[in-house]
Design a protein around this ligand. Structure first.
Ligand code: C2O
Ligand code: CU
Ligand code: CU
Length: 470
């Protein structure tokens, strides 16, 4: 990964090739690279001018996932541009320090386009804060873009959706970090910051270190937490980010692994095996938050993500974690409006076309699949709202909202400590989920904001809606 956008701040969406495994060459896409895009580093208070050139043979977009920009700069489906065209937004960087995501967002094509490689990480730096965490890029501060991919017998990357992939989202069996299968990273003996982005189409990770060591989460989707949060494992759903700080001063090599989480969000192994299909029956006992959590002792082998070797101590950088962090936490106040969203695995479209009817839209929100020229909600800028999200079947989804960050208020009827969870723009939905949010950026009918499930195959199948902010 490089730092900063390339020369002239251009991102060229291009075809590439890469050997991931087995010596076979896969056809990939990237933004100015053969696969994925460069790390974009934006400074709060500045304007980021980027021109995105489409050198592929189908329309693409560049969506700045998590960044607070008005609808016409957001890179949603309405802003698709065709082969040979350039899109050159001027992005006012009005966002706290954070680790964000960028990716293509063409309606019906987000899954395959992101899978091919049209995705990358954005880091926002805030010159107004004195960052007390390791922040020396490539020395004690590393981006980790985690993805799962499927390869055929020769080692070529594949994406074709079977029935289960459409239902649960596409999952691969090999894990890539920054485009490489199970890489090894040499880190300094000391505190190291890892900016983890789950850029997988659907897979959920439950990260931990092989020696069970504790680490601290310091940021979530929208920026720094109020204080470092100690933990030994961390779950990230698709598109979620977390920054963690890990102590490597004991110099022992260690690996980062993930417990295998079944397609319905339950730990695999033990009683469930990998019969993800039982999701259809919706056995709440199995699906509950605690479900199989205690049973991992006999689950399958963890997925290996990457390994760490420890070198010399870094010449500079903090040696202790601060007790509090310079997080950005304006109060949202009480909601003046409530809205309900039900994520539908089936809508009327299914009855007519057949659920597996080959790429047609069958999923939806509030009973209807996404339609590009229908505005589903109209929101007033500056007013705090409470959104309640639910799903029509027992299945794990996510809910992502463009244009702002939100607080999670409750999950499954239990209040959530939002100070611990921090600012989010994607949240897991595994039962009724309430979020509190307010929009300050505007979005017109021509370029509305989206809300959708971030399981990309669900989004592509119509589990998305859109709204204006005026
Ligand atoms: Cu990550 Cu609507 O997107
Ligand atoms: Cu987004
Ligand atoms: Cu979903």
């Amino acid at each position: 990964m490089e730092i900063g956008p390339g020369a002239g701040n251009t991102l060229d969406a291009i075809r590439g090739t890469r050997e991931f495994t087995g010596g076979a060459t896969s056809e990939t896409w990237g933004y100015s690279q053969d696969y994925l895009g460069p790390l974009l580093r934006f400074r709060r208070g500045r304007t980021a001018n980027i021109s995105v050139m489409n050198r592929l043979d189908e329309p693409i977009t560049a969506h700045w996932h998590g960044m607070h920009v008005p609808g016409y700069l957001d890179g949603g489906p309405q802003l698709a541009f065709g082969p040979g065209e350039t899109w050159a937004p001027e992005l006012p960087v009005d966002h706290p320090a954070a680790t964000l995501f960028y990716h293509s967002h063409v309606h019906g094509r987000t899954g395959p386009q992101v899978y091919r490689g049209l995705a990358g990480m954005i880091v926002i730096d805030d010159p107004e804060i004195d960052d007390p965490l390791p922040h020396d890029y490539g020395v004690n501060d590393f981006p980790l873009i985690v993805q799962d991919r499927r390869f055929d017998r020769s080692g070529r990357m594949t994406y074709s959706l079977g029935m289960m992939d459409r239902m649960h989202g596409f999952q691969g069996d090999q894990i890539l970090v920054n485009g490489v299968i199970r890489p090894k990273l040499t880190v300094p003996a000391g505190l190291v910051r890892l900016r983890i982005l789950n850029a997988s189409n659907a897979r959920v990770y439950d990260f931990r270190f092989t020696d069970g060591r504790q680490f601290h989460q310091v940021a979530s989707d929208g920026g720094l937490l109020a204080r470092p949060l100690a933990m030994a494992s961390l779950q990230l759903d698709g598109a979620e980010r977390a920054e963690i700080v890990v102590e490597f001063s004991d110099r022992s090599p260690v690996s980062l692994v993930s417990r295998d989480i079944g397609m319905n969000g339950v730990m695999n192994g033990g009683m469930m095996g990998d019969r993800g299909g039982s999701m259809m029956m919706g056995d709440r006992g199995m699906m509950g938050d605690r479900g199989m959590m205690g049973m991992d002792g006999n689950s399958g082998a963890p997925l290996e993500i990457m390994s760490f070797d420890v070198g010399e101590a870094a010449p500079a950088g903090p040696t202790r974690l601060p007790t509090s962090l310079p997080s950005d936490a304006p109060a949202l106040g009480d909601p003046v409006r409530r809205r309900n969203f039900t994520l539908n695995m089936h809508t009327g479209g299914m009855m007519r076309g057949g659920m597996m009817g080959g790429g047609g839209q069958t999923m939806g929100i509030n009973g209807a699949p996404y339609v590009m020229d229908r505005i589903d909600e109209t929101v007033r800028a500056g007013e705090t709202e409470l959104w309640r999200i639910n799903a029509d079947m027992m299945m794990r989804h996510t809910f992502h909202v463009h244009g702002t960050s939100f607080r999670v208020v409750s999950q499954n009827g239990r209040p959530v400590d939002s100070a611990q969870i921090g600012w989010k723009n994607v949240v897991r939905v595994q039962g009724p989920t309430e979020i509190l949010l307010r929009f300050d950026k505007l979005a017109s009918e021509e370029t509305p904001f989206m809300y959708h499930c971030h399981i990309l195959e669900h989004e592509d199948a119509g589990m998305m809606g859109q709204f204006t902010v005026t």
